[in-house]
Design a protein around this ligand. Structure first.
Ligand SMILES: Nc1nc2c(c(=O)[nH]1)N[C@H]1C(S)=C(S)[C@@H](COP(=O)(O)O)O[C@H]1N2
Ligand SMILES: [Mo]
Length: 207
């Protein structure tokens, strides 16, 4: 019987204060956007290296190199889903194809309806960070972020917007949607960085 043993190893993979969630619930603020391929584009803007914008149509974005990464998802409301295999475009691929200028230190990830989340450039480009189009070999469903969602395995899941439409390179940090509304600016689950009141000097811009 491998059951108790596997429970134990799953427990060991959980950040402090998290519990294991079986299945895969849907969690987000607001409605599920309707995907309109002819209107969809993935935009890179802000302090780019050539001071220009970069745009990919859905067809072009789908043709970018496909990579996979196994990653857990930790919701700040204290449940975690472990071990999904995500497939899509590495954040480092985007960085190479549309590089930031030397002054860029942070990234704002923009999604449908103006949802956003800010990341340090170093968190954005972390190993396994991925603009996912697939989970466990299947295209994402609409409610899980189709056509593209960001996965940043080492941060709380609100740092990974569903329905991503682009990124903005920034020369200074700015708070995203939840970071303005009481959640921690960095959001490391292993340090339980849940709320903005826990922030230390240097963790984020003033509220
Ligand atoms: N656009 C958008 N993306 C979002 C959110 C949101 O409110 N809007 N919520 C985040 C939160 S808090 C979590 S826990 C995960 C949930 O992903 P899931 O619904 O696929 O489980 O999506 C994240 N991405
Ligand atoms: Mo969440």
């Amino acid at each position: 019987m491998g059951q108790p043993e596997s429970r134990e190893s799953e427990q060991a993979q959980l950040p402090p204060g998290q519990r294991l969630q079986r299945g895969w619930p849907v969690t987000h603020y607001g409605p599920v956007p309707k995907f309109r391929p002819e209107r969809w584009e993935f935009r890179v803007f802000g302090v780019t290296a050539d001071a220009d914008k970069h745009c990919w149509s859905h067809e072009e974005f789908s043709a970018l190199p496909y990579e996979t990464a196994v990653a857990d998802l930790h919701c700040v409301t204290k449940f975690s889903m472990l071990g999904a295999e995500w497939g899509g475009v590495s954040t480092r691929t985007i960085l190479e194809l549309a590089p930031p200028g030397p002054e860029a230190t942070h990234v704002m990830v923009w999604a449908e309806y103006g949802f956003s989340s800010n990341l340090r450039l170093s968190d954005f480009t972390a190993e396994n960070a991925l603009f996912a189009t697939h989970r466990d070999g299947e295209l994402l469903t609409a409610e899980h972020g189709f056509p593209v969602r960001l996965i940043v395995p080492h941060l709380y899941a609100w740092k990974g917007p569903k329905w991503v439409r682009g990124i903005e390179y920034m020369s200074a940090d700015r708070r995203g949607f939840w970071e303005e509304r009481g959640y921690h600016n960095i959001g490391d689950p292993w340090q339980e960085q849940r709320y903005s009141y826990q922030e230390e000097p240097g963790d984020g811009p003033g509220l």
